[in-house]
Design a protein around this ligand. Structure first.
Ligand code: HEM
Length: 279
């Protein structure tokens, strides 16, 4: 029997989905595959749309994992959090690889449909902002592009009231005997945590004796690993943007490359990078 004469029914493969849930039903493929609506007849617009949509899907999973990791850490259940954070790094690795597909689009290709985007931009991605807020990069001014959407604004505002992932890690360390400064443990969590020398010292104790603090050490390295991949995402983004639009302003209204280069300086877990210098 060749593959062209194979009959799925002969091995019992299900072929009647008139009354049963099929693959497409389970995955809501009609909704997903029906959600690409190019506004121009430019060949590359479909690539641009799918690249953003798949990124948003991966961000959805990243939020699911980071949120669960944070809850596990708050409950002193670190092992599952390690697994989830490792997965988040792999998600970002996947997103990093995806830039190679988008880079096949030249400036001439993009110019054919850029006007159709109007003012829309990834700058208005609420999931991206929620990821940043959850990790601890918290700028309430970034709520403004979402003011027209009360449900999204409520979601982002609710996140600003939660301790960030890094706050929960510092609290876990403190509970485990690596004392953290009170000012950090009791800080206003709606703002971005700023580098604190006493926290660097606390991490130094962990990094100088990994075997005595293995779980915290492993967790800290998972965070560094993740931030490393996130930095690469930002770098890939800014390089792709420069390659495609040069120094034009963004559709979202920022200076474009100038803005994105400033964002390369973001530090999510600053003391974990500083501790390397003092070892
Ligand atoms: C040719 C492709 C792309 C170009 C030219 C581009 C351009 C830009 C520019 C200029 C900005 C700054 C804000 C603005 O003024 O618009 C920006 C922000 C952003 N873009 Fe892209 N982008 C591209 C692809 C993507 C893709 C595939 C994603 C994936 C979701 C993405 C996500 C974002 C996000 C999340 C921001 C906000 C970054 C921040 O605030 O730190 N972009 N983009």
């Amino acid at each position: 029997m060749t593959s062209s004469t194979y009959d799925p029914a002969s091995e019992g493969a299900e072929t009647d989905f008139a009354k049963r849930m099929s693959y497409g039903d389970y995955l809501a493929l009609d909704a997903i595959l029906g959600a690409q609506h190019p506004l121009s007849d430019a060949h590359d617009e479909l690539l641009f749309i799918i690249q953003h949509q798949t990124s948003e899907l991966w961000m959805r999973l990243a939020l699911h994992e980071i949120g669960a990791a944070r809850r596990a850490i708050a409950a002193d259940d670190v092992q599952p959090a390690l697994k989830m954070l490792a997965r988040v790094s792999r998600i970002f690795e996947q997103l990093n690889g995806a830039w190679d597909v988008l880079r096949t689009m030249t400036p001439s290709d993009y110019t054919r449909f850029r006007d159709a985007l109007g003012q829309s931009s990834g700058f208005q991605s609420w999931q991206y902002r929620l990821i940043e807020y959850t990790l601890g990069n918290r700028n309430a001014a970034m709520l403004k592009p979402h003011a027209h959407d009360p449900a999204v604004t409520a979601k982002l505002e609710a996140e600003l009231a939660n301790p960030s992932l890094y706050d929960e890690v510092l609290r876990l360390a403190d509970r485990g005997g690596i004392a953290m400064p009170r000012a950090v443990l009791e800080r206003d969590v709606s703002e971005t945590h700023r580098v604190n020398e006493a926290v660097v010292e606390a991490w130094r104790r962990v990094y100088e004796a990994p075997e005595a603090h293995w779980t915290l050490y492993e967790l800290a390295e998972k965070l560094v690993d993740f931030e490393d991949y996130f930095r690469r995402w930002r770098f890939n983004h800014v390089t792709t943007v420069e390659r495609v639009i040069g120094f034009k302003r963004g559709t979202g209204g920022t200076a474009g490359i100038g803005y994105l280069k400033r964002m390369l300086e973001i530090e999510l877990f600053p003391e974990l990078w500083r501790v390397r210098t003092v070892l």
